[in-house]
Design a binder for this molecule. Structure first.
Ligand code: PMP
Length: 311
């Protein structure tokens, strides 16, 4: 993967190799940082890069910073502007990109310290999940999703992600592509970095937001797109045994987009191939993210048109 020329650190765009953080920081010591992962989608015909649902990501970014009681909360407008500037500086064109915005504790040797705070932004080329059309296998993890009253997954704090790392490493060691968490109540929660849906008898079912999941922007998008496709949806508790009864299953998230899950605990989901509803949804999702048909223009922020309009 090509290394970008620039990153954004604290208050300016810097050469990639200079975007470093000291070992004494709270971010390094405690994982005291919060982040957003966004995707920029390239539209070849329009020669435009679209950042998907920037406003919703910035709202969640603000929430995470407030939750961690950071002394400074970077305004959504500021982070948006700096992200667009960096995408242009790195001349991100031709490929989809993964964008990370991170607010990190750059002071602080004690656990209760809340500042000073820095801002880091990176833009990296990121191809699709390799098995996005054929489907992935998953293991119901023996690791339990951290509970909301321990380390809330609703907050995108970097330290939370070690729970997902344990499950991912275990799944890989056991020969699966990834993992599905149960929560401390024994109900289906989500994947390490993505939400989870099953389809039963034509209805799409996903764990409600009280199941120790991230309030995923893709999940909200998918619920709306399914509704527009005429597929009924429900958000509720999902039992482990229901997974086996499912006709289809899929993960969704910024990085995972809409990825079919075709094998769980070495049992085929449905007939073991991507299901018809998952396929239709996936096509619709790609269409909307890239802006091919023009639907849901309100979800796409153009990177280059905006700059041209300003100039
Ligand atoms: N759950 C977790 C734990 C995640 O890290 C992510 C990725 N941000 C998701 C779900 C999917 O969220 P989103 O659709 O907002 O990317």
């Amino acid at each position: 993967m090509a290394q970008p020329r620039f990153a954004f650190l604290d208050d300016k765009i810097v050469p990639w190799d200079e975007a470093t953080v000291h070992v004494s920081t709270g971010a390094f010591k405690y994982g005291a940082s919060v982040f957003e992962g966004l995707r920029g989608y390239w539209n070849e015909k329009q020669q435009e890069m679209y950042v998907f649902r920037m406003a919703e990501h910035m709202d969640r970014f603000t929430f995470s910073q407030r939750f961690m009681r950071f002394d400074e909360v970077f305004s959504p407008d500021y982070v948006t502007e700096k992200t667009l500037e960096l995408l242009r500086a790195n001349e991100c064109k031709g490929e989809n990109v993964h964008i990370m915005t991170t607010a990190y504790l750059k002071g602080g040797a004690a656990p209760g310290v809340t500042g000073p705070v820095g801002l880091a932004i990176t833009t990296l080329e990121r191809p699709r999940i390799a098995k996005i059309t054929s489907g992935v296998s998953a293991q119901v993890s023996s690791w339990v999703r951290v509970a909301d009253n321990a380390m809330p997954m609703r907050v995108k704090c970097n330290a939370n992600y070690n729970n997902g790392r344990l499950a991912s490493m275990q799944a890989q060691a056991d020969g699966y592509d990834t993992a599905i968490f149960l929560n401390s109540r024994g109900k289906v929660s989500e994947g390490p970095g993505m939400c989870f849906f099953i389809v039963r008898d034509g209805q799409a079912i996903t764990p409600s937001t009280s199941n120790d999941i991230l309030e995923s922007i893709t999940r909200t998008t998918v619920l709306q797109l399914l509704d527009e496709l005429g597929i009924p949806t429900v958000e509720r508790d999902v039992d482990r045994s229901e997974i086996v009864a499912a006709d289809e299953a899929f993960f969704c998230g910024t990085a995972w987009e809409v990825t079919p899950v075709t094998m769980i605990d070495r049992l085929a989901v449905g007939d073991g191939a991507i299901g018809p509803i998952t396929k239709r949804l996936q096509e619709t999702y790609f269409d909307v993210c890239h802006g091919y048909s023009g639907a849901h223009g309100e979800w796409r922020m153009p990177v280059y048109k905006a700059a041209a309009a300003k100039a």
